[in-house]
Design a binder for this molecule. Structure first.
Ligand code: ADP
Ligand code: GLC
Length: 522
């Protein structure tokens, strides 16, 4: 059955990006379109989104967005296409809320009006369906920023002629950020205070949008199977593990794909020389060029380690900070590209100053350099405290850059630990979130580099042969959308809808509605 999908998110490549969320929202819709679905994306038009560069066209009229006790608010809508596709994207023009940069915070302090900004985004995403006369089968929201959409669908829009049949999917990319605000946000949502209770939106006397989304979404997923299990435990649930467990029958893990048009060493336009797994001589030239670019001695024999990351605790940079001086006692080189917490900017700048020739860092965001680090390094470090999916370890595998990861979430799911005796594995893993474990694992990699070069080449080639495709992920999302619709509509109406669309479906006979405590089919 061809579906109508409305995707709503706070960022999407190439329009605005702070993290991997943007990569997902920029890619997944194209592959859903490839499966024949009518998918449309809604996001804000931030200050930096250049209307002319993307050929955006303003739709006539204004979009009216009810904002509870604030009253009606208005925004303009620009229409464009996700580049390289004909997927429509609608960018909401509201100077007061979105005419700023960075997207969420300044100096690590969230903007004070983030509650209004993202309730507005969620609600506008539903209202726009009326403007476009689009009746989505599924509204697909991402993270806390648009978690209000599933809440509103179940409440304010439950009897809306346009949206009453829409099922919802909430994808959780990160449990740490929950959209927690003062209780008055209930009056902006305008859904009635009866929903401010410990099962639905209330958490520690505050409105918690992610919690409300988890409670109300028809179905849920996270971006790896490992993380889907982890967030049901106190160590990874950030206080919401109970709510997640309650909804575990409708929770799935779907690993993100990689955009191999963008991340392919054979064609990558950011690399000085392209290379493939048949001939790695180009990789050696990329390494030399990277050493030169970063001001490190051009030594072929020394193992070069790379990191490209937001400099925040999630990424284990505190553990790296503790381990780095000891690590640099070994004959290795390390390059780091990142931005984030101010202490880390100073700290790693000092490490570079005190270890010239061994450690080099660039503070800031630089996509080209991120590609060259993937191309030129021998190893890639990801000591994350938690990692819902993680993209760089998957890029690294494709570039023959051996990942060294903490075995958590998507890192654990996508990297197979090296086993020299068996001749298997694609990277090096460690489990304890300690400087000692990181140091030991780097030591293991360095030992293998110097004493078993054949094993390193074999590791590389196994990694380069791995693929994490969006085709595979999109097919799993499609199955989840159908599950969501069946739950929302009930069997009879679902089958009727299928018949209405008149395209034969490959779905097996629908299962009876879920009873309490029952699970979706695996
Ligand atoms: P997260 O979304 O938690 O930051 P992911 O691994 O999913 O982690 O995605 C991070 C994405 O952002 C990757 O595409 C990575 O290459 C990119 N990235 C992170 N920091 C930088 C930076 N300083 N410069 C360029 N790209 C970066
Ligand atoms: C989040 C997670 C990251 C994941 C990304 C895209 O930012 O931190 O692990 O890859 O979302 O799903």
């Amino acid at each position: 059955m061809h579906l109508k999908i409305l995707m709503t998110a706070s960022e999407a490549v190439p329009f605005a990006k702070e993290g991997g969320l943007a990569d997902v929202v920029g890619a997944l819709p194209k592959y859903l379109k490839g499966l024949g679905h009518d998918v449309r994306v809604v996001m804000p038009r931030y200050y930096k989104v250049d209307r002319d560069a993307y050929g955006l066209r303003q739709l006539p009229g204004v979009l009216v967005v009810p904002m509870g006790i604030i009253g009606m608010m208005y925004c303009g809508v620009y229409e464009g296409r996700l580049p390289g596709s004909d997927v429509p994207i609608y960018l909401l023009e509201h100077e007061e809320f979105f005419g700023r940069d960075p997207l969420y915070d300044r100096d690590n302090e969230g903007y004070l009006d983030n509650d209004n900004r993202f309730v507005f985004l969620s609600r506008a995403s539903l209202e726009i369906c009326k403007m476009l006369d689009f009746r989505p089968d599924v509204v697909h929201a991402h993270d806390w920023h648009t978690a209000a959409a599933p809440i509103l669908l179940n409440t304010a829009y439950r009897h809306d002629p346009h949206l009453h049949e829409a099922a919802s999917l909430l994808t959780i990319h990160n449990m740490q950020h929950q959209g927690s605000f003062y209780e008055g946000v209930m009056d902006i949502l305008g859904i009635g205070w009866q929903h401010f209770n410990f099962l639905e939106l209330e958490m520690n006397d505050q409105v918690n949008l992610l919690k409300g989304g988890i409670y109300h979404a028809t179905v849920l997923n996270t971006v790896s199977e490992g993380y889907a299990r982890e967030i049901q435990t106190p160590a990874f649930g950030w206080g919401l593990e109970g709510v997640v467990r309650e909804r575990s029958p409708v929770l799935r893990g779907i690993l993100n794909g990689v955009d191999y048009q963008e991340w392919n060493p054979e064609t990558d336009r950011h690399l000085p020389v392209n290379f493939g797994s048949d001939d790695l001589s180009g990789k050696a030239l990329c390494k030399r060029a990277l050493q030169r670019e970063m001001g490190l001695p051009e030594r072929e024999e020394v193992p070069l380690f790379g990191l490209v990351t937001r400099l925040v605790k999630q990424k284990g940079i505190d553990v790296l900070a503790e381990a780095i001086h000891r690590m640099l006692e070994m004959d290795i080189q390390v390059v780091l590209l990142g931005a984030g917490e101010p202490w880390a900017h100073f700290y790693f700048g000092d490490v570079a100053a005190s270890h010239p020739g061994r450690f080099a860092c660039r503070i800031g965001y630089n996509n080209g350099l991120a590609h060259r680090i993937e191309g030129g390094c021998d190893f890639f470090l990801m000591p994350s405290a938690f990692e819902p999916c993680g993209l760089n370890q998957m890029y690294s595998l494709r570039y023959g850059t051996i990942p060294i990861v903490r075995a958590t979430g998507g890192l654990d799911d996508s990297v197979e630990n090296f086993d020299q005796a068996a001749g298997t594995g694609t990277g090096f893993k460690f489990w304890d979130l300690t400087a000692g474990a990181l140091y030991d694992t780097v030591g293991w990699a360095v030992h293998t580099w110097y004493h078993h070069p054949d094993a390193i080449q074999a590791l590389r080639r196994r990694g380069m042969a791995k693929r994490f495709t969006w085709e595979e992920a999109a097919a799993k999302y499609e199955a989840l959308y159908l599950d969501a619709m069946r739950l929302r509509l009930g069997d009879a109406r679902f089958r009727q809808k299928e018949a209405e669309r008149s395209v034969p479906s490959s779905i097996p006979a629908p299962a009876p509605p879920l009873g309490k405590g029952e699970s979706l089919p695996a």
